[in-house]
Design a protein around this ligand. Structure first.
Ligand SMILES: Cc1ncc(COP(=O)(O)O)c(C=O)c1O
Length: 405
């Protein structure tokens, strides 16, 4: 522990100095925006070496392969996700969360099978169930909070290469035991990929519990300001080389643009402070919703009676975040009325922005998921999802109060 503490900085320090350039010829205090598609080679030999991956070549050659501003975000996210593992982590930045996720699945599971959590963000679910099979990737949907079902899937299929889950499932807020599942996956030579968009490295770092790869929609809490669509992958050093992940990103072309990377760096600077406030407000809003007579059920990971409370106590630290789903007694009609009446909260998809967003998963983010899968996973037509922002909690609650009636 002593050695680790000395080697790795805390999350607050990593983030506060996120935009410090590793080296800059002019001594810029903040990371410059390298808004360029290509880089001048000093000599033809430097260019040749760059493309041959030989030492002594240029550092950057073309922004679909790498870019200094993009690279800085990759370093920061790798530090955040790799905070408490012995070795260093590495990161890759993408133009969206879906670019990161689909690139990872294609790189790791081509010609094999993915054991996928049955409730996933709608586009991930649609990609896995409707498009991945066309690329020769089989899929089996399982509830990973049911360990016996995970073990059974490995008995039923001998070609599972990847287990894919969300650290806190969107929008049902179920939490799987990453350590148990990583052990089962590794026993069967499979890899565990965890989408950590909801929990973020503030509350949970999946690599610590044995996950092999972490995916993010940086669109959400990591950027935090709603100004970017982006994605990222993080893994132990050596993973991307072993899986040719950089080559997949290069050829699929999903890298982030430099400006989006720069905006993400600006957001990362205040990430821990934002997360603290999301958590504080989330607790207050969840408590208010629980006591409200119009509310039938609340899905919130800070709830002591949450079905995965044991796993949450084990894995989730420093609070519970600002994501809450709830169902009104009046069902879908009451939910629709409420969403049409909000004034302070914004009726919009996405999440993790500093301001509060409200949306309806069944007709919006999860509309592409087949109704029977939605229903069996608890994404009922009456479920409303709230991404609690960092405004005054009292103001958020007043708006919910006036809109719920
Ligand atoms: C949990 C989760 N993963 C992935 C994504 C996809 O991210 P993006 O919209 O940045 O492609 C989303 C988007 O809402 C999400 O909620």
């Amino acid at each position: 522990m002593e050695a680790l503490t000395k080697k790795k900085q805390s999350l607050h320090t990593i983030c506060a100095q996120a935009d410090h350039p590793p080296k800059d010829p002019y001594g810029s205090h903040t990371m410059p925006l390298y808004q360029t598609s290509t880089f001048r080679f000093k000599t033809a030999e430097a260019g040749r070496r760059y493309f041959a991956h030989e030492p002594g070549g240029a550092t950057h050659g073309y922004s679909r392969l790498s870019n200094p501003t993009v690279e800085r975000v990759e370093e920061v996210i790798a530090k955040m996700e790799g905070l408490d593992i012995e070795e260093d982590a590495e990161g890759l930045l993408f133009g969206s969360g879906m670019a990161a996720i689909t690139t990872a699945i294609m790189a790791l599971a081509s010609g094999k099978r993915v054991l996928a959590q049955e409730t996933l963000y709608g586009c991930t679910s649609q990609f896995l169930n409707e498009e991945a099979p066309g690329f020769g990737i089989g899929v089996v949907n399982v509830d990973p909070t049911d360990i016996s079902a995970v073990k059974q899937a490995f008995m039923d299929y001998d070609d599972i290469a990847v287990v894919y889950l969300e650290s806190v499932a969107n929008p049902t807020m179920r939490v799987s035991d990453i350590e148990f599942i990583a052990t089962i996956a590794h026993d069967h030579n499979a890899l565990l990929v965890v989408d950590n968009t909801f929990a973020t490295p503030y509350h949970l770092r999946p690599l610590t519990w044995g996950a092999d790869l972490v995916a993010h929609s940086t669109t959400k809490y990591l950027n935090g300001h709603g100004s970017v669509v982006g994605g990222a992958l993080a893994a132990r050093k050596g993973f991307f080389e072993a899986t040719k992940m950089r080559t997949y990103r290069k050829n699929f072309g999903g890298i982030s643009g430099p400006f989006d990377a720069w905006l993400t760096l600006m957001g990362l600077k205040t990430f821990p402070l934002r997360m603290k406030q999301h958590d504080e407000n989330g607790r207050k809003v969840a408590a208010w919703l629980r006591e409200n007579p119009a509310v039938k059920r609340v899905c919130y990971i800070g709830d002591p009676s949450h079905p995965d409370a044991h796993t949450i106590r084990k894995q989730i630290t420093d609070g519970f975040g600002g994501m809450i789903a709830f169902e009104l007694k009046g069902g879908i009609e009451a939910g629709r009325r409420m969403m049409d009446r909000v004034k302070l909260c914004t009726l919009a998809v996405s999440l993790g922005t500093v301001d509060t967003l409200i949306q309806h998963p069944a007709s919006m983010t999860h509309s592409v998921v087949k109704p029977e899968i939605r229903e069996s996973a608890g994404i009922t037509d009456g479920l409303v999802r709230l991404s609690v922002g960092i405004e005054s909690a009292d103001d958020i609650i007043s708006d919910l109060q006036q809109s719920i009636m």
